[in-house]
Design a protein around this ligand. Structure first.
Ligand code: NAD
Length: 478
């Protein structure tokens, strides 16, 4: 099996160590062998990004548009193949994998356009005869560190704006999903982008992350991942005054009021809590339900969960693929025990299930009789596990929804305009959904949260520019 190498200074670079990328739907299936970068590789990648930075910053917007547009075009043309690779290495269903790959293509197309829309401002000065120009300039070499659960879309929504606004990139994807990262790099490498502008280093975060965070030539770090790693990124960057952006965990509430469309509420809950095997930072892990509809909602949700097909991510008809790996599966099982010990009732699911091929299959779990004091409702599990919390009215629902250290996404199911308006206003989350799942977002509008979920400017859409540019104010005496 050929090894997929790192990409540094325009060359594919081999390494002493490789890892096997394992298919979580069938652990006998090896997706590929991937080179592991060491600290010397990271240094070479930073050297390359630093050296290429001035010319790329001065490159014309047409050149940057053409590169990003070409990348987007190729991803879209190959979205079935890229989506299949993604589902095979990560375990989300084929429809989800193909959808995510297509999304990555759309993101590159969007940011191709953004290169042409990097407008500045022109103001009169308070001093007669002077003019003031405000422009947006590149930040410099940027480190991009990403998680395994959206292995092509998250890299795309960081890499595309970084390149669009004239920054160079050192990209470190998650250890678990190097396949999608490598395939994306291969496309970027053939897009006409100059050498050194974009570099890929694959390997363990603890080993190769630190030199990326601590090198003074890396002017900004865009990170998505767990809250604990986010703290390490924040500590290292703030110590040397580098810019950083963190997207981390969630414990997202879906409020279900008694005036909702019950079918839609159940669909929102199933989609939000269990699709992508619950491995989404925007997953609805807390279902906050008004008393008078509680029994009907729980019964309908449990019935719907019984009908979910758990199986091979690539098989037709699968609703829920496997958990991404043994570590995540162990974590899910541990939290199910914690929930039981805390006094929550496990109504259905949670157990490991066997399929034809060996994989990390788990039945989605639903806890009832829970409250926010329980760890299962306070800590991010990141698996197919949801809890129901009973509340007496919208006042209590609002309090419960906001009673969390996180603030990424929040949803409400209601037919009341008044309740929807109040929820949109009073929710402390960065993204609020009415009669729609907490997960599932558009790419042309801001993405991000509040409190412990996010730090720094928003990602995606036009707002991405705030992180990937620095503002210059120029005065000219006529
Ligand atoms: P993780 O924190 O373990 O890893 C994320 C990335 O950080 C990986 O590339 C990893 O190698 C790297 N890393 C680890 N230690 C490092 C260090 N010391 N220095 C530098 N880099 C290091 O997270 P994960 O398990 O890959 O992803 C799951 C987490 O991601 C969940 O908490 C989830 O909520 C979060 N997530 C958040 C969003 C969002 O937008 N808010 C989106 C997707 C996932």
């Amino acid at each position: 099996m050929s090894v997929h190498n790192n990409f540094i200074a325009g060359e594919w670079i081999s390494s002493v160590e490789q890892i096997a990328n394992i298919n979580p739907s069938d652990t006998n299936d090896i997706v590929g062998e991937y080179a592991q970068a060491d600290r010397e590789h990271v240094k070479q990648a930073i050297d390359a990004a630093y050296t290429a930075s001035p010319a790329w910053a001065q490159s014309g917007i047409q050149q940057r548009f053409d590169c990003l547009d070409a990348i987007g075009t190729e991803i879209l043309a190959r979205n079935q193949e890229l989506g299949t690779l993604l589902s095979r290495e990560e375990g989300k269903t084929l429809a989800e994998g193909i959808g995510e790959a297509a999304r990555a293509g759309q993101i590159f197309k969007f940011f191709a356009g953004e290169t042409l829309r990097n407008a500045g401002e022109l103001l009169p000065s308070v001093r007669p005869g002077l003019g003031v120009e405000i422009s947006r300039e590149p930040v410099g070499p940027i480190a991009i560190i990403t998680p395994w659960n959206f292995p092509i879309a998250i890299p795309a929504w960081k890499i595309a704006p970084a390149l669009a606004f004239g920054n160079t990139v050192v990209f470190k994807p998650a250890e678990l999903t190097p396949g999608s990262a490598w395939a994306l790099t291969d496309i970027i490498a053939r897009s006409g982008i100059p050498e050194g502008v974009f570099n890929l280093v694959m390997g363990p975060g603890a080993e190769i992350g630190a030199p990326m965070l601590n090198d003074r030539r890396i002017r900004a770090v865009s990170f998505t991942g767990s809250t604990n790693t986010g703290r390490i990124v924040a500590g290292a960057c703030s110590a040397r005054n580098a810019r950083y952006q963190l997207e981390m965990g969630g414990k997202n509430p879906l409020v279900v009021l008694n005036d909702c469309d019950l079918d839609n509420a159940v669909n929102c809950a199933v989609n939000g809590a269990f699709f992508s095997t619950g491995q989404r930072c925007t997953a609805s892990s807390r279902l906050i339900v008004e008393e008078s509809i509680y029994d009907a909602f729980v019964a309908a949700l449990a019935e719907k969960m019984e009908g979910l097909v758990i199986g091979d991510a690539l098989a037709q008809g699968t609703d829920i693929g496997p958990v991404a790996d043994q570590t995540q599966l162990n974590k899910n099982l541990e939290y199910i025990e914690i929930g039981k010990q805390e006094g929550a009732e496990l109504l259905t699911g949670g157990e490991v299930v066997e399929r034809e091929k060996p994989g990390f299959y788990q039945k989605p779990a639903l806890f009832i009789d829970t409250d926010n004091s329980m760890r299962i409702n306070a800590e991010e599990i990141f698996g197919p596990v949801a809890s129901v919390i009973k509340v007496s009215d919208i006042d209590e629902a609002m309090h419960s929804a906001n009673d969390t250290q996180f603030g990424l996404s929040a949803g409400i199911c209601t037919s009341s305009l008044r309740s929807a308006a109040r929820f949109k206003q009073e929710s402390q989350a960065g993204m609020v959904m009415v009669n729609a799942p907490t997960a599932g977002v558009d790419y042309h509008v801001p993405f991000g949260g509040t409190k412990g979920s996010s730090f720094g400017p928003r990602e995606q859409g036009g707002y991405a520019r705030d992180f990937y540019t620095t503002v210059k104010t120029a005065y000219t005496q006529a």
